[in-house]
Design a protein around this ligand. Sequence first.
Ligand code: CUA
Length: 165
Amino acid sequence: MNVDFYEKIWMWAAVGIIVVFLASIGITTFGMAIQPPSHVEMIDPETVLADEEFGDPGVTINVDGSATVVVRAFMYGFVPNEIRVPRGRPVTFRLTSPDVIHGFQIVGTNGNTMVVPGYVSQFTTRFDRAGEYLIVCNEYCGLGHHVMAAKLIVEDVAAGTGGAR
Ligand code: CUA
């Protein structure tokens, strides 16, 4: 079979592009742990404020030393506004919104999810560097979108501690 020289170039270019795309998915998924949240859980947005969990959001340190962070995103802020988590431990974020779609991006980390009314967004990550991180809303949600921010503080915890505080 005779394939024209230029056609060969384009065929191999197409193969190369597919390889690059698949490799980038593989590297971000397995190397950088960036992946879409797979958790599906629904909640009635009208009852979020009265909800046992989301009516009183905050950080819980579990007995194994991991942390669960419940966050309510709203126009225009996050509750709690300052989140303290232990360094090097699994941290599970659970978020919902009583009003419109918001974003929750922990700048400089792989912590990033949409917060959609009617759903609980959940993801687990770990922070290996202590310090302060900025959390921003990255979905346009109205006139106050640009002021919608919070702070994450990753703290060193003494070895062996892991109980509730
Ligand atoms: Cu909330 Cu933008």
